[in-house]
Design a protein around this ligand. Structure first.
Ligand SMILES: [Zn+2]
Length: 317
């Protein structure tokens, strides 16, 4: 195990929120796979006295975490179709609200028809960090981007379509994978809070993003009322999460890396009722049969839009 520091002030002046509760022998790649049933195991969770950033400390050595993610998988199911809708919505919003504005500012002399051809230009390059089986990249491609992904889990990448797969690097996101000033947009969905060193990730993003390029990050919000209410029982208090941000700490860490934060707010998700049930803090012996009942009766298929305690951040280089 290694000691972590606060990613914002880089000090180690904390209060303990929850003591660790896991048995190291039971840690395997299943625990590090996306959308598993929450099993509420976690490292010791602490809170920085200066910045109020919540983080896991100590944690497994970085190489051990990397190896667990390399073997992790994403099950390709209907939930991903719902996530595609949610993430696709935010990507459209990024384009409508900020990318369009950026291009308009840069090219106020262009005629409107030229403008729209720039916005839909296929040379607009988009990177997704932690792209799983590439389901969001398919959506981004549909929206006109030239798409790239980085994903450590080989079993997930194996499930990507050939067209998407050829632009996925199977590894942990790190320096040297892309040229500087290469991307127009970098996205990261439900991954940033899994990263043992978020400062390294943001330093790298700043380099490979073009000037005035945009960042779209969506992850858990530890400051959301839902998570505050559930406290230790919240599914986000989990061994996969090395740092847990709220709107303030998310803004702080981006500003530390010289990004201009355009907006941070609560984000919604659309999911089937059975998936929402997945996330509720009730014992598995009740939850699993209940999910089965919902699925058998068809009630599990009802789609609902909920603000589950996530945040979305738009930032500019
Ligand atoms: Zn701090």
């Amino acid at each position: 195990m290694i000691t972590q520091t606060c990613a914002i002030c880089e000090k180690n002046n904390f209060i303990v929120l929850y003591p660790e509760n896991f048995n190291i022998k039971k840690i395997n790649s299943r625990v590090f796979s996306a959308r598993r049933l929450p099993d509420r195991i976690h490292y010791r969770m602490v809170k920085c006295k200066n910045c109020h950033l919540i983080y896991s400390n100590p944690i497994l050595e970085y190489e051990k975490i990397e190896n667990l993610y390399k073997k992790s998988f994403t099950s390709y199911d209907e939930h991903l179709e719902n996530l595609k809708v949610t993430y696709g919505f935010y990507l459209k919003q990024l384009k409508e609200k900020y990318q369009k504005q950026m291009i308009e500012n840069q090219s106020s002399t262009l005629q409107p028809q030229n403008l729209s051809s720039i916005i839909h230009s296929p040379s607009s390059r988009l990177l997704e960090i932690g792209c799983g089986n590439g389901f969001f990249l398919e959506e981004a491609k549909k929206q006109g981007y030239e798409v790239y992904g980085v994903e450590p889990g080989q079993p997930s990448v194996d499930k990507a379509t050939p067209e998407i797969k050829k632009n996925i690097i199977v590894d942990i996101f790190k320096s040297g994978q892309f040229k500087n000033n290469f991307f127009d947009v970098i996205c990261c969905f439900q991954t940033f809070d899994h990263i043992p060193n978020p400062n390294e990730l943001l330093t790298q993003c700043y380099k490979i993003l073009k000037k005035a390029g945009l960042m779209l990050f969506l992850n858990h919000n530890i400051g959301a009322w839902q998570n505050k209410l559930m406290g230790k029982k919240s599914p986000i208090i989990d061994i996969e999460h090395t740092y847990l941000f709220d709107q303030t700490t998310m803004r702080k860490i981006f500003e530390k890396h010289h990004f201009k934060v355009l907006e941070v707010r609560s984000s919604f998700n659309i999911h089937h009722t059975s998936y929402w049930l997945h996330l509720l803090p009730i014992p598995n012996f009740i939850k699993i049969p209940l999910i089965k009942v919902l699925d058998l009766t068809g009630l599990g298929k009802i789609k609902i839009k909920i603000y589950p305690g996530n945040l979305v951040l738009f930032a500019k280089r």
